[in-house]
Write a protein that binds this ligand. Structure first.
Ligand SMILES: *Cc1c(COP(=O)(O)O)cnc(C)c1O
Length: 411
């Protein structure tokens, strides 16, 4: 067994030095990209200024749109604290573009949990209520490698005109690797070769700044995400974004406010400092969170647990999963994460019946921004084989401290 926990963790850290170097290089690349976007748009104090009412000529709102477009290399972008969450942004994008009888097609399996009611809910204002057809094809897993199921995709693209293909980059609670940009790039080429008019949209949550490119650099028409995650850098108080082709952005803007008004309005009485500063910090914060995830992985692999992503696999999203194989261990793990959080350290998470889940769920998140999963958090459905999912960390050091405390408990 381990007699010196701190040394054990340091050794694990040493083993990761090459990976950390790669992560640092990605962060440097992305930091340059973000800095250039700020410089090009001459961002200054006046872009922080709060606005009220309609917010006509709101400088912060306009600047954010330009900066995001610059970073993601898109024609246009909506970036707003008025978008309540990632789900709200994804929902607005889908409703903005799809019309009755259109086909929506997910080629990465079941979209993120919160979207199932948006897509297929009954009499709740879902896309289904508006007569939008939905198709889904699972990701193929062979020898732990994942890829899209091109046979099925081709079949469906030839059978119906697909208005919008949906791809989720992150893997959520699934026990498989996340979707890399390489895979997305190949899929886009394939889809466009068969059906050039099909719009391709990516749920980019947890994917921003993880690689040097974004899906919009790979031919994707629309990307959507949350400011509670990567691009908020842990500072943005709330919000979401949608970036992509100008004609699509206009349709989505019409849905977010009203048709013909679009993003000509929208004020924010708290001002834009934290959103802009958070975006500036985001490449660095994301790199720290990925290093934290790598350290969790290395430590638990060394202790004999199975973790995801696999060792030889790059982290394509922010989530690290550990198969703990033990209920008590899982619950203790989450309790320790909570206990060593900067906020709500006095609370103790318990498994509970969360709506929409078949098993009890336990969640540890002592965060500054409520529910922000760019901050260190751990959660798990309480069922065999007791897999905990860890994500985020505002600082790598915080994650290291939490790992040490978990090991103290464990040993
Ligand atoms: C978090 C997340 C969402 C939804 O974002 P919320 O802000 O929780 O509504 C959608 N997709 C993925 C992959 C996510 O991780």
């Amino acid at each position: 067994m381990i007699n010196n926990i701190a040394k054990f963790i340091d050794d694990c850290e040493q083993n990761l030095s090459q990976k950390f170097k790669e992560v640092n290089e990605i962060a440097l690349f992305n930091q340059k990209k973000v800095l250039e976007a700020f410089r090009k748009n001459n961002i200054s104090q006046r872009h922080f200024i709060p606005t009220t009412g309609y917010g006509y000529d709101d400088e912060g709102r306009l600047a954010l749109s330009k900066i995001f477009s610059e970073i993601f290399h898109t024609e246009n972008a909506i970036v707003s604290p008025l978008i309540a969450s990632g789900t709200a942004a994804l929902s607005a994008a889908l409703f903005g573009i799809l019309r009755p009888e259109d086909y929506l097609y997910s080629i990465s399996g079941k979209p993120y949990d919160t979207l199932s009611e948006v897509i297929s809910g009954t009499s709740n204002g879902s896309l289904k209520d508006f007569k939008i057809n939905y198709l889904e094809t699972d990701i193929k897993i062979e020898n732990e490698n994942i890829d899209f199921d091109y046979k099925e995709i081709e079949k469906n693209l030839k059978k119906h005109f697909i208005k919008l293909v949906f791809i989720g980059r992150s893997r959520g609670y699934e026990w498989r690797e996340a979707v890399s940009l390489k895979l997305i790039e190949n899929a886009v080429k394939f889809i466009k070769s068969i059906s050039p008019e099909t719009i391709i949209m990516v749920d980019n949550c947890y994917g921003e700044f993880v690689e040097t490119k974004e899906p919009s650099d790979c031919g994707v028409d629309l990307i959507v995400g949350s400011l509670n995650k990567n691009p908020g850098g842990g500072l943005a108080p709330t919000g979401g974004y949608i970036a992509g082709k100008d004609n699509l952005i206009k349709l989505v803007a019409g849905r977010i406010t009203a048709p013909s008004i679009g993003m000509e309005v929208g004020s924010y009485a708290f001002g834009y400092t934290q959103i802009l500063q958070g975006l500036f910090m985001a490449p660095h914060v994301v790199s720290g969170a990925i290093k934290s995830a790598l350290l969790f992985g290395e430590v638990f692999e060394k202790l004999g647990y199975e973790t995801l992503p696999k060792k030889n696999c790059q982290d394509f999203d922010m989530i690290r999963s550990i198969k703990l194989n033990d209920e008590k261990l899982l619950i203790d793990f989450c309790k320790t994460v909570q206990k060593f959080s900067p906020i709500d350290s006095n609370l103790s998470p318990e498994p509970w019946d969360m709506p929409g889940y078949s098993d009890k769920v336990i969640m540890a998140a002592g965060t500054f921004i409520q529910g922000a999963s760019i901050e260190l958090s751990a959660d798990a459905p309480v069922r065999e084989p007791y897999i905990v999912h860890i994500q985020g960390a505002l600082t790598y050091e915080h994650a290291k401290i939490v790992i040490e405390e978990i090991l103290k408990n464990l040993i």
